[in-house]
Design a protein around this ligand. Structure first.
Ligand SMILES: [Zn+2]
Length: 171
């Protein structure tokens, strides 16, 4: 095992061993919605989002183990930040700041992780994952794993937090 096992933030205990790495496959797995074909993000109606603009939409994932997990997507189908026209890329930068600020304004979060992976779905999506403050085990990249381990936040608490973020964004 690598030293991650010694990290306080490592979510697991007990006997573990890394999986053997299999040889490379012939080609990359297809991602969901490639080329915008049958893309869930493209098809999803505005009312499933909590906040929308002319070019961007904010989707609430949850209730989740972490207090708040939100996803920002461009309305139009793009695969990655590298594909965005300059104007949209600039707007993306402004929104990443605004949304992080809005989330931080509503509660006692230790950090809002802003992440982009994009290996599952092609449609560009930015993750905002707020972790609770003062729980050192939840720091760092394992927060994304803890999100699946911790029991979900009660629905009414989660809904109120999402509404508060939207209110902060609209200020
Ligand atoms: Zn799409």
């Amino acid at each position: 095992m690598p030293p991650v096992e010694e990290w306080d933030s490592f979510p697991f205990d007990g006997e573990m061993a890394p999986r053997a790495l299999r040889p490379p496959v012939e080609r990359e797995e297809r991602r969901h919605g490639e080329g915008g074909v049958e893309c869930r993000a493209c098809q999803r109606p505005d009312d499933e989002y909590v906040w929308t603009t002319e070019r961007w939409r904010l989707y609430p994932v949850g209730p989740t183990g972490l207090p708040l997990v939100l996803i920002l997507e461009p309305r139009e189908h793009f695969s990655s930040p590298a594909d965005l026209p300059e104007e949209l890329a600039a707007e993306q930068g402004v929104l990443l700041s605004r949304i992080e600020r809005a989330i931080n304004s509503i509660g006692d979060f230790g950090r809002v992780h802003v992440c982009r992976w994009g290996d599952g779905s092609e449609h560009l999506h930015w993750w905002f994952m707020a972790r609770p403050a003062r729980i050192p085990q939840l720091i760092g990249s394992f927060a994304a794993i803890w999100d699946d381990i911790l029991p979900p936040v009660p629905e009414d608490v989660w809904r109120a937090d999402v509404d508060a973020v939207v209110a902060a964004l609209e200020e």
